[in-house]
Design a protein around this ligand. Sequence first.
Ligand SMILES: *Cc1c(COP(=O)(O)O)cnc(C)c1O
Length: 454
Amino acid sequence: MTSQTKFVLSEDRIPRVWYNIAADLPWPPPPPLHPGTGQPIGPADLAPLFPMALIGQEVSAEREIGIPDPVREAYALYRPSPLYRAHRLERALDTPAHIYYKYEGVSPAGSHKPNTAIPQAFFNREEGMRRLTTETGAGQWGSALAFAGALFGLEVKVYMVRASYDQKPYRRNLMEVYGASVVASPSPDTNYGRRVLAETPDSPGSLGMAISEAVEDAVGRDDTHYSLGSVLNHVLLHQTVIGQEALEQMALAGEEPDTIIGCTGGGSNFAGLAFPFLGRQLRGEAAYRFIAVEPEAAPSLTRGVYAYDFGDTGRLTPLVKMHTLGHDFIPEPIHAGGLRYHGMAPLVSLLKERGLIEARAVHQRATFEAGVRFARVEGILPAPEPTHAIKVAIDEALRAKAEGRPTVILFNLCGHGHFDLSAYERHLAGRLEDYEYPAEKVAAALEALPVVAG
Ligand SMILES: *Cc1c(COP(=O)(O)O)cnc(C)c1O
């Protein structure tokens, strides 16, 4: 054998802590603000939505936060996840670059999302909750939370974006197998949903709308909390199990990555891989290049503004400072449903603003081409979201080839695409569309940004 393909760790190497990048940041992250008063919110403002343990993690400055044993035991169903060296892709590209990918599609739900769904369900149950509400786009997050709810005995109600509810029945079926109840959003089950339906009966919905519904549902019931699958600090924190394992696996491979790449919808899988490496950089122990890849159809990091905005369309959430296209912006129906979001994680936004990470936007067709190319040599069928990371990893490997220099690339293959085959079918039939950057829609949505200092 030439050299190793898979780098696997034993179960006792499942991380014992989550890594909190806030501890190593040279600048304090801008605080979330109350939409009514414009003042920083406190724990009491968040208590109707989240358990105290998660609120504490959201604002913690501790570098390491311990992972409770029951969470590690549930992680053991699929962690540590494998790191692969993409020998066959390297050969197909005839590049001097070494390409590695961390594969999160081995989780039961098929993506990185259970890394946070499991601890969220655990901490909610510890604090006596009986029920969780959430939104889902393509259905990855909904199926992860449904799975975690089943593990810890919680009821889960999922508001699924109407367009995906109709396009992806199998994801809905999976959530129902895990015991969740799923409704198309906008739905008749909330005041916000009824209002939207009255105005636009055939609304395709959006993540921003579904969040409004799930939040309204949770606030209205004492036994219910809300659960978010991306964007928030505690979600990014939970995802750092990915990067901590990858650090150890890259050491097994005897290499350091030069460039670290992830796709960004709300920023959590990118942060999960990148932050443990970035922490080393912030502490002066190493230096890397980080590239966040987003769709041209929802280019918050590359074309949005860095400003305080709502996380949802119904304007129920706190204001957070992030790269945003405006909370009214509804992205075109690209197949990478997990990347159809108007905003970006505040921590990822801050790092982009300060120049520690780069961002790139790519078109849908090019990402599917990259996904097919990858599947034909590596075998794994990627979800449409990580094809964005694959596209840029291939571009970087080809650039290294053109410049005749060796380099080491690491990207996050954050989910498999077994439920996305109809999108691949469209691609193979030449029927996938590219959407130009919707400049006018964004300009209109940005005019509706809330006006706050800072
Ligand atoms: C949800 C999801 C995303 C987008 O969310 P991030 O928080 O940016 O990671 C990307 N890929 C997959 C497979 C997803 O399920």
